[in-house]
Design a protein around this ligand. Structure first.
Ligand SMILES: [Zn+2]
Length: 658
């Protein structure tokens, strides 16, 4: 059955959060109409509710609180109908948001320092602590009840979350002391919150695997750099990434990290315009197809969120739209399911600490992701525990305080011919001796100027950049070249640091004297260092010159990129491989935002005549367009296969058979 979950690329996540005051639960539920709507929409898996965030259960439970206005086994009727229709069944179970449990057991609530109950999502949804008897007395028995009663294909646990990464309840205090952690130390409380999540995941997954090893298990709210230790207890990783809440960078960033653990990946968006529970809204089909395409090109399945009306009737208009998205996916699944990414660059990211409910990437990490996607580079996001040797280039986005493990690995990587790009305070904590020996410069603190200009000295590095002194809106680091360093660009200070007493015009003063410390340096064609925080500056300013500056460093070190193309930066391109087949995917991003509202994608402006060269290990014997399999002419120069994508609406690709 686990394979049954992994193979499903067209899943519905059917929210059903209904407080006890809502009446007539499931009164309009018709199992035949329910599955008929899903089948017409080409759905192959659905997550249905056992227990919601209000703490209500939707089946005759002996352990939890059955919704008082539900008169029949809604979950059971759904499961029976889905089984008949061969649609895989996932079971939703909320963990810590549960008003009914806090009412029944006030002592099990998560507590703040003053002893008040903790809330999730403003002052709503009271939260239970999983270190209380709740896990043993409610969660595990209810899981067993659901397994025995409904034999699901998958458990989908939501809201595993220590609010603010600290709980002061009696159970947590006692457990921390028994682990020699100090409940008065914020740092220890954050460490303990991480342990709390991991311990829960281990206990619950082990229990389910003992009951029935074929049932898949996954947990929401685990998306962050540093999720490594949770992955052995998850059969699928789903990245909840509603773009209007998380942004269009969240999925592309974390998918490139989480896919590296070898666990099947799915992305989750929703059919609503704003967020969950935005009843009365319907996202354009084109927008959902675009979001699904960004998942497919990572080899990930697609989950679309909906919310069932309390009466139990699916919104047929929503499923007409969802059906068009799932038809779009089904045509492209053969070039995504079971394929592996081909990458050559790694972005090395700091571990995000604690049990935060979702990753909060630094501006540097976001900026590096944005530059690399817009430059069509093929990359993974990794942490210090990943293997480095398979990458030709490592982008060190932050890492101000590198661990001994990281420095030892980097030293080996560099001495083996590996290449790195770093900036500002990356690795500053390694110390002068390490930096001097391995990178050829010393880090001497940060500039007294809040911003500076860059004047390029090296024409190879300049590329298409203009011949002006280019502003970077951030404070530079001061570096001192030691050995083998080539200066690619100089630092130019503004005429004056802007103060209320001395200022010039509307923004920074114009370029003035040349600074003593360089702005960009290189060594041996294997290292490029930027004195400003180049990735962060680009992400925060959006100045295209800064993207080009950062991208030129990559091209300086890797002249033979995996993909060479004239595609616009708005197009995301990826390469996937399966055996002797390679596929070059292209997703066309054409949003509209002319107001203070989320980005909307509805009128697609097609891309025409995208020229692309893909570096391949051998000459392709056949080349075809996907998804329609039409044969395409290809030129081979011994290294690159050259093709032209005639038209890309939302997604198109090219398959190369070697
Ligand atoms: Zn607690």
């Amino acid at each position: 059955m686990k394979q049954n979950i992994i193979d499903k690329f067209r899943k519905i996540h059917l929210d059903f959060h209904t407080p006890s005051w809502v009446g007539n639960i499931g009164k309009q539920f018709d199992p035949e109409r329910f599955v008929d709507t899903l089948q017409k929409a080409n759905v192959d898996n659905i997550c249905v509710f056992a227990k919601c965030c209000h703490g209500m259960s939707y089946y005759p439970t002996r352990i939890g609180v059955r919704h008082p206005n539900l008169q029949f086994d809604l979950l059971g009727e759904m499961v029976r109908a889905l089984r008949k229709a061969a649609i895989a069944v996932s079971i939703y179970y909320t963990v810590v948001w549960d008003d009914s449990i806090v009412d029944a057991h006030p002592g099990w609530a998560q507590r703040d320092r003053e002893g008040n109950p903790r809330f999730g999502y403003g002052k709503l949804w009271r939260t239970v602590c999983v270190n209380s008897p709740y896990t043993e007395e409610v969660v595990l028995p209810q899981v067993k009840e659901i397994i025995d009663g409904y034999h699901p294909d998958e458990f989908w646990f939501d809201m595993l979350w220590v609010v603010d990464e600290e709980c002061f309840c009696d159970y947590c205090r006692a457990k921390m002391l028994s682990m020699n952690l100090d409940p008065e130390s914020r740092q220890d409380r954050v460490v303990f919150s991480d342990w709390t999540d991991e311990n829960f995941i281990q206990r619950v997954t082990s229990y389910i695997r003992k009951c029935d090893p074929q049932i898949g298990v996954t947990y929401n709210n685990c998306v962050r750099v540093g999720a490594r230790r949770k992955t052995p207890f998850m059969d699928v990783f789903e990245i909840e990434s509603l773009p209007h809440a998380w942004g269009y960078w969240y999925f592309p960033l974390y998918s490139r990290y989480l896919r590296s653990f070898g666990i099947p990946l799915k992305g989750m968006t929703c059919r609503f315009h704003k967020f969950w529970g935005d009843f009365g809204s319907l996202k354009p089909v084109e927008q959902m197809q675009f979001e699904a395409a960004t998942m497919l090109v990572q080899g990930a399945g697609c989950v679309i969120g909906d919310q069932l009306d309390p009466g139990g009737k699916l919104e047929s208009s929503a499923y007409e739209n969802i059906g068009r998205v799932f038809d779009f996916i089904e045509k492209r699944e053969p070039w995504s399911k079971g394929w592996s990414p081909v990458t050559e660059i790694a972005v090395l990211a700091d571990t995000e600490p604690g049990s935060i409910s979702q990753g909060k990437p630094s501006p540097s990490l976001l900026g590096a992701t944005k530059v690399l996607i817009e430059s069509h580079e093929q990359f993974d996001v990794i942490d210090e525990e990943h293997e480095f040797d398979s990458y030709r280039l490592i982008v060190i986005a932050d890492m101000q305080s590198p661990s001994k493990l990281l420095l030892a690995k980097l030293e080996r990587y560099l001495s083996g011919g590996g290449k790195v790009i770093l900036c500002d305070r990356s690795l500053a904590g390694a110390g002068s001796e390490w930096l001097g020996k391995n990178l050829g410069f010393r880090w001497r603190g940060r500039s007294s100027y809040t911003l500076d200009y860059i004047r390029i000295r090296d024409e190879k590095f300049r590329g298409r950049l203009p011949g002006i002194d280019m502003i970077v809106y951030d404070r530079f680091s001061l570096v001192e070249p030691i050995t083998g360093i080539e200066v690619l660009a100089d630092t130019i200070h503004p005429l004056e640091e802007r103060t209320p007493l001395r200022y010039m015009s509307h923004l920074q003063a114009s370029p003035g004297p040349k600074g003593e410390h360089p702005a960009v340096v290189a060594r041996d064609g294997r290292m490029v260092y930027y004195a400003p925080p180049i990735w962060k500056s680009y992400f925060e300013s959006g100045n295209p010159i800064l993207r080009q500056l950062a991208a030129n460093g990559i091209r300086y070190l890797l002249s033979d990129a995996l993909i060479r193309t004239n595609a616009p930066g708005s197009a995301e391109m990826t390469v996937l491989r399966r055996d002797n087949l390679f596929v070059l995917h292209c997703v066309n991003y054409s949003p509209s935002r002319r107001g203070n509202h989320p980005e909307v994608i509805e009128e697609i402006r097609p891309l025409y005549g995208i020229e692309a060269e893909l570096r391949l290990p051998d000459k392709p014997v056949r080349c075809c367009l996907i998804p329609d399999r039409k044969e395409l002419p290809v030129e081979w120069d011994g290294t690159y296969a050259r093709v032209v994508l005639p038209r890309v609406d939302i997604h198109a690709g090219i398959e190369f058979k070697l």
